[in-house]
Design a protein around this ligand. Structure first.
Ligand SMILES: *Cc1c(COP(=O)(O)O)cnc(C)c1O
Length: 414
């Protein structure tokens, strides 16, 4: 396709050719994919994008692959839902849910990054893919890797939700459950990645993998009618998604697809694992690692690789950050389900719960155009709700028994 220029160190700016490398040899800064924006500006129009199939490859000029993979799961173009019921409940006017709980093969935004990573891994000639995962990535690499015919090594913390473990195992990858938290798993995987010639999606091919997150931002802009929102609230684990949503907005402007970006970007984390939000609230860019303790396991990264860059996005865009307790996460999951019929996983509770607090504190205004990134499906983290939902009404299989219950229901609050 010819629009990828190479890799560039985010710290010292040194440039590298396209290879499965991820840190600068000179300063150890992370590498990032760079593009020929001038060239893209000349060929990529709104009409061209709109004429293509509704998946992530409709933005292929801005993705780090040579071409579209031909044996891949269909990924992307999830709904942007206008959430008027929820808007009324939380006191704002124009609210949208970017709903990554549906339409993806494994029902989380991780399918975006994995689809791009595996397409690139194939182009590099790898036969084995691997990852260190907080849950959704395990599920996604297991599935996409099965379809594309890769050998797969999936590393997870042993304490992961059972439903995510089964959801991964059904695709028969080599699933390695490590006695330790995500940060332990990640450290081990860095060692393994140095020794074995595998495509570790979030380690040695991370620069390519991470670019996949931009598709969520591209879709938001297209689905809003080619404009950027005033506010976007993003859940943070490593902080990568947030930095890439910001990058996607700026790129759309850079290549002339939109005129203006005035978006404020807000970070959302669980109080039990909030190293990024803590730094934002303190007004510093130094991330102090923490030991995660929260039901939001998909976000439980205590030492976030892109934390520093996430704080930069907040200061550059004029956003902020907020964190929520486990109780607030559960309440927010229930509110979203009750008002909009969307069942989000714990990360979705983190996003909505944090947004509510940011609105109450006046950071987000009543008449802002607001997009909440809801990144994963609640069916995968049902444990989080056990004991927090109403009980079913138990009856005998006869009309009398049903009508007795019906009278109770109607006599009660309804
Ligand atoms: C991984 C993940 C995120 C955010 O991940 P980053 O590491 O910050 O890019 C958000 N939501 C869900 C559901 C996830 O699985």
């Amino acid at each position: 396709m010819g629009f990828i220029k190479g890799l560039k160190c985010r710290e010292c700016g040194r440039e590298y050719e396209i290879n499965p490398v991820y840190v600068c040899e000179f300063c150890f800064g992370p590498l990032e994919v760079i593009y020929d924006y001038e060239g893209i500006r000349g060929v990529l129009t709104r009409e061209k994008i709109e004429s293509r199939p509704r998946n992530i490859w409709r933005y292929r000029e801005l993705l780090p692959v040579e071409g579209e993979p031909d044996n891949a799961l269909d990924t992307g173009f999830t709904p942007l839902v206008r959430a008027d019921n929820l808007a009324r409940a939380i006191g704002v006017k124009e609210l949208y849910i970017k709903d990554d709980t549906v339409a993806h093969p494994t029902l989380s935004f991780k399918d975006r990054v994995v689809a791009v990573a595996l397409a690139r891994a194939e182009e590099f000639g790898f036969d084995t893919v691997a990852c260190a995962s907080t849950g959704n990535l395990a599920h996604s690499v297991s599935a996409h890797g099965a379809k594309a015919g890769f050998k797969r090594f999936i590393f997870i913390p042993a304490s992961l939700e059972k439903s995510k473990i089964i959801a991964s195992l059904v695709y028969e990858p080599n699933l390695i459950a490590v006695n330790g938290n995500y940060d332990d798993v990640n450290r081990l995987c860095s060692e393994i990645a140095n020794k074995y010639n595998w495509a570790f999606v979030n380690i040695n091919i991370r620069p390519f993998y991470a670019e996949g997150s931009k598709t969520q931002g591209f879709e938001i802009i297209e689905q809003l009618g080619w404009r950027a929102p005033d506010v976007v609230v993003v859940p943070c684990a490593s902080g990568s998604l947030m930095t890439k949503i910001w990058k996607s907005f700026k790129e759309m402007k850079e290549v002339g697809l939109i005129e203006e970006v005035h978006t404020r970007v807000y970070a959302a984390q669980a109080t039990g694992c909030s190293p990024i939000v803590t730094a934002i609230k303190q007004g510093i860019d130094v991330i102090r690692p923490v030991k995660p303790n929260t039901i939001a396991k998909s976000l439980a990264i205590g030492n976030p690789a892109d934390g520093y860059y996430a704080t930069k996005v907040v200061s550059e865009s004029g956003g902020y950050g907020e964190d929520v307790s486990d109780e607030e996460i559960v309440e927010a999951i229930k509110l979203l389900a009750r008002t909009e019929g969307i069942f989000a996983e714990t990360a979705g509770g983190v996003t909505l719960g944090s947004a509510i607090k940011l609105i109450r504190a006046g950071h987000i205004k009543e008449d802002d155009t607001i997009v909440l990134c809801i990144t994963g499906n609640g069916l995968k983290t049902q444990e989080a709700l056990s004991g927090h939902t109403p009980e079913p009404h138990h009856i005998e299989p006869n009309l009398d028994s049903f009508e007795k219950v019906l009278r109770q229901i109607e006599g009660g609050s309804g």
